[in-house]
Write a new protein. Sequence first.
Length: 205
Amino acid sequence: MTGQRELDGASAANTADSTGTAHADRAATVEFDVPPDFVPFEPADGVDDAYELVLARLGPAAEGLPPARRQALTELYAAGSAALDGAGAIWPGTCLGTVGDRLSTATLTVTALGTEDGTPQATAAAGLVEVLTPPDAGPSPTLRRFDAPAGPVVITLEQQPGWQLTAEEGVPLLSAKAYLPMPPALRGVLLLELSTPDVDSWPEV
């Protein structure tokens, strides 16, 4: 699946269709490929709607989930829908599958972060590394810089609190973010975030 983003730097009125194509006010574009296992995220109008969407998305797999897990997934879906509504995401999607006999889920979000000037990509990447590096911290495998065909990319890996299944049991949310500075003519940074509660598969990232 290929997505396309038309960038105008400061525009916040972005919409994406089911193919991951986003539209703004000017013709400059950035294209990105979406992994085929991900499907576009359907916004939820409240918790009840989120529950129905989760059941539809899980299909037969929902029958084997305990009520606490279904409730947690519903709350996560509703919270994610509300967050995406205010974040101006270009393309949000979800992936649902199995690893062996284990249910595995993930989300992928593509967002444009606007900047006021046309900073060169290498300079912007160096600034991102400086800003994202914790104070007094040395080189870390959780912060990496790569040179991609589209330009330098800064990647961060982190574990977030996630959500509580019960008072005693919680599931952490693991996140990988890729920051891709745009060419000066386009301005801004393209942010791709992959997150999953599948802790067992995280060492493979």
